[in-house]
Design a protein around this ligand. Structure first.
Ligand SMILES: O=C[C@H](O)[C@H](O)[C@H](O)COP(=O)(O)O
Length: 218
């Protein structure tokens, strides 16, 4: 099976978690794109979705699902999103598609976070995937220097402007043995809007697609 077929398969498995949901949170990325496409055929009572990116909002609207403002929607029952890496503690690296800030907001606003990944994303220690950090443009160099002090090698993702008008630094060479501590430390750097470590609010359910089926992390 191709990686894309695995993404489709795990997206199908996530449908079980949204059957009784009327308003759900929807993430961003190629795995979630499959999930959105599958929502079109769902004979459920989905009345609307809170989206984590302009790209997902467009896709949702195309299939006739109204996109709601989080301020009006309040607490969401379920949030479905992909990840760039996930570990056994259901902590993640996210932001490969530059949507990390809105993703972290919608995840925080949701009772249940269902993370959908193919098997290539499962790791023992987070950090092989370069950690995305969203930064206010004027603070880019300052934040990069602070990230070097934390042991990383930040690289400016050129030609990328986030939905919030900011820039992304991708931090290489981190071995994230204490994700909660690192999430706090990067958040504390002035100019950082958000970092792609999702450990303070990990996933509740992690579905992993592989050629032999979809497994749920214990
Ligand atoms: O900013 C993007 C998100 O965090 C995505 O959920 C993540 O990059 C995974 O994307 P994909 O499903 O395309 O691998």
């Amino acid at each position: 099976m191709t990686q894309d077929e695995l993404k489709r398969k795990v997206a199908e498995a996530a449908l079980d978690y949204v059957k009784d949901v009327t308003i759900l949170g929807v993430g961003t990325g190629s795995t979630v794109n499959h999930f959105i496409d599958l929502l079109a055929d769902l004979k459920g009572g989905i009345e609307g979705a809170v989206s984590s990116s302009e790209a997902s909002s467009e896709r949702l609207k195309k299939i006739g699902i109204p996109v709601l403002d989080l301020n009006a929607a309040g607490t969401l029952d379920v949030y479905v999103d992909g990840a760039d890496e996930v570990n056994a503690a259901k902590q993640m690296i996210k932001g490969g598609g530059a949507a990390l800030t809105r993703e972290k907001i919608v995840a925080e606003a949701s009772r249940k976070f269902v993370c959908i990944v193919d098997e290539t994303k499962y790791v023992d220690v987070l950090g092989k995937f370069p950690l995305p950090v969203e930064v206010i443009p004027m603070a880019r160099s300052l934040v990069a220097r602070r990230l070097v002090e934390l042991g990383g090698t930040p690289v400016w993702r050129e030609n990328c402007v986030t939905d919030n008008g900011n820039v992304i630094l991708d931090v290489y060479n981190l071995s994230i043995t204490d994700p909660v501590e690192l999430e706090h430390r990067i958040n504390d750097i002035p100019g950082v809007v958000c970092n792609g470590v999702f450990a303070l609010r990990p996933a509740d359910v992690v579905l992993i697609g592989s050629p032999s089926g979809v497994r749920t992390l214990p």
